[in-house]
Design a protein around this ligand. Structure first.
Ligand code: SF4
Length: 96
């Protein structure tokens, strides 16, 4: 049997760098963007893609819209947007 080396745990626990931390979605500007998106039933890549920057971007009044719905025809593995055939494409090409 091989004995594995024992590593002493350091009391100096490494903290994540500040730039890696995700800001919580709070504040009046965030709430205003949230309200505009909800009231107008808008689709944003921010939400559909589960973007971790929403707290920061929406907190400064920036959101990115998906103008033809919340479905994408591609299936990129890194992206959280739903994959499928958007209804607008069906209307444009009823045969296909
Ligand atoms: S605008 Fe900001 S929150 Fe929206 S997708 Fe781009 S980086 Fe993410």
């Amino acid at each position: 049997m091989i004995e594995l080396p024992v590593v002493e745990s350091s009391k100096n626990t490494s903290r994540k760098p500040e730039w890696l931390r995700v800001k919580l979605p709070v504040g009046q500007t965030y709430a205003n963007v949230r309200r505009i998106v909800d009231v107008n039933k808008l689709h944003t890549i921010c939400e559909s893609g589960n973007c971790p920057n929403m707290g920061e971007c929406w907190g400064t009044g920036t959101a990115t819209f998906m103008i033809l719905g919340n479905v994408c025809t591609r299936s990129c593995t890194f992206c959280a947007v739903a994959t499928g055939c958007p209804m607008n494409m069906i209307r444009m090409n009823p045969a296909g």
